[in-house]
Design a protein around this ligand. Sequence first.
Ligand code: NFC
Length: 552
Amino acid sequence: MSQRITIDPVTRIEGHLRIDCEIEDGKVTKAWASGTMWRGMEEIVKGKDARDAWMIMQRICGVCTTVHGIVSVRTIESALNIDVPVNAQYIRNMILAAHTIQDHIVHFYQLSALDWVDITSALNADPNKAAEILKGVSTWPLNSPEEFTRVQDKIKKLVASGQLGIFANGYWGHPAMKLSPEVNLIAVAHYLQALECQRDANRIVALLGGKTPHIQNLAVGGVANAINLDGLGVLNLERLMYLKSFIDRLGDFIEQVYKIDAAVIAAGYPEWLEVGQGAKHYMCMPELPMDGKNGSFLLPGGYLENSDFSTYRPITTHTDEYLINGIKESSKHAWYKENEPQAPWEGTTNPDYTGWDDDGKYSWVKAPTFYDKTVEVGPLADLLCKLAAKHEPTEKHFNDVVNLYQTLTGNTITVDQLHSTLGRIIGRSVRCCVLNETLSIQWQALVDNIGRGDFTTFVKPVFPENTVIKGVGFGEVPRGLLSHWVVIKDGKIENYQAVVPSTWNSGPRNFNDEPGPYEQALVGTPVADPSKPLEVVRTIHSFDPCMSCAVH
Ligand code: NFC
């Protein structure tokens, strides 16, 4: 006998997401993902000056706040075919990398850890044993018995006060919680420390971007940071060194805490390497451009089909015709008037709410496809594509996670097992380590270029008169592949479409009725107690949904 459950809203995400599942014999057999809020950003921006698009479109989201701005300026610059000064690229790259690092730390600890970590069990832990577990594994100075005792006392006081605050509504004591009290205590301690450490990543964004969330330093044609090494410029020597101090400090937490915790959590839940495969096709963008035209990148991107590395096709530029011609969005199952797949430059967004229909329309999220296929994007796609590309930093950090997992469990993690809920969590930690290394590289590239006497950060854009121009900008952002598409006439926006990572992943059934990645990933998920569907939430959280991005 099948049972239907609805989780609405799913919490510890950004935005408004409803998940419906049919459960039979303790497993999910069918699922629906629905974005339940629409705002119409693509309509709002029409008719506006193209130079202002980034400022408006950045407001799609307050979580991935910088990336819509950066991709939007790339979009307008692609329409104008202008070369951006490399100083501007390095500054944008550091913002993008630092922002993504901050996002991944917050996702692991604040948004998803409590799906796996039972706070109440940490009360029974032995702080000495907790410190012993990490001896020889991590050099993090706060992994001490004293610190673990301090954290445990803090939680005890919280429980005694009856005011659990942020820890009030977990699935504590759930049969799917399996970590030892000591590992739970370690995770709670790191949860609290992560709140502090993520601020260093945000400081990098704010120093370069003027503020965060929603940076202020972008411009079509570059950035507004003035470089003046010994004067009172916005970016002087003192600021550059200040920036470097945050970059260095951030690395310790990522390497000595986050990467290790990812392996420790995986070791506690090996069965989650067998659950949660989404779409079988994966795509990620090349990112961190090192030239002015988005044609050469520090990090590779590509596309692979049917979970098969032999199909890997590198994507080497943001102007790749194969890439641009393959992307469409369909609204057969979304609350918009048009049903047929549309290429984004011709895309329309005409809202038409008709209520929930299991076999018809049931979401505000459109369904993107690549050459008619539903594709997963995000940290797992990023990991798989970079492993297929034999990207050395990715291989190195992935091997570190696997080696620690092996030490803890005696087993290895195969690439086949990455198509899973844990695969996404591991992918995000690996990506965070890779991005952390890029921060120093970008910083050095900027300092070296300034040292050669190049202080340029901006070229003035000139819009042609009486001509329609089209642009597309891409980015590999925290939740995966982002693209913005624009049609401009006389400097004003005629059409604007955003095809967003969480749209790819949380999309409903596509024009061919194939379920979206969330919906596919949920099928087969075990559910011990349908009234407390922790396991469903684990898989959904592994994607790190951002629904205000997904719908926009
Ligand atoms: Ni909001 Fe964004 C979406 C990201 O999926 N990353 O491109 C935007 O949010 O987190």
